[in-house]
Write a protein that binds this ligand. Sequence first.
Ligand SMILES: Cc1cc2nc3c(=O)[nH]c(=O)nc-3n(C[C@H](O)[C@H](O)[C@H](O)COP(=O)(O)O)c2cc1C
Length: 206
Amino acid sequence: MEFYEAVEKRRTVRDFTEKRVPDEILNRILEAGLKAPSHDHARDWHFVVLRRPERIAEILRHVAGGAEVQTDIINHWNTATECQKSMYYDALPKQVKMLSQSRCLVLPLFRAGADLMTPRDISSLNSFASVWCLIQNILLAATAEHLACSLRIPIRDEESYVLQCVHAPEGYRMPCYLAVGYAAPDAKIIRQTELSVAERIHAESW
Ligand SMILES: Cc1cc2nc3c(=O)[nH]c(=O)nc-3n(C[C@H](O)[C@H](O)[C@H](O)COP(=O)(O)O)c2cc1C
């Protein structure tokens, strides 16, 4: 698939089939991730790949399910657009399902800088910024392989639980859970807010 086509086609998918993602395709996608730019030229990144449904369920034990949908709160966000609201209505009840349904859950791990959580300046966040470059490469590579992805950011005690569960070495962090799989034929794709480049470019000065 041509690069701009992959950029255009990459969308968050939260409904998957159970069709197995072949190892060789998954490896290619993760390899694309490992080619991403990194702040220290170290690329200190690893992946824990989970395939077994019972292991995935164990890892997702602390992820809240559909009962946590707080639609009334979303409705009261007066800053949220209809586009954003429809995303949250779709996404919130699907968090566990979207990460387990494809039976291919990838946990990207990165070695965090010592001052990540107490940043002195923007560069303290470099290890975190770099791992998001890796994640974007994976999302685009998956699209080019006709696969789909969804991701979730761990909140509260989810991350520490997962890191302990997978025996991550000291100093490693998990920026997100990443599900890779084949989109269900009726997968819901939320409309993206359309942006105009012309309105966002500020020649010489804003
Ligand atoms: C930093 C970041 C955090 C996100 N967190 C979540 C999340 O916790 N759960 C979820 O379902 N989607 C999450 N998403 C996916 C976004 O909801 C999605 O990218 C956005 O709605 C735009 O849709 P698109 O990816 O189809 O363009 C996240 C995306 C990013 C980049």
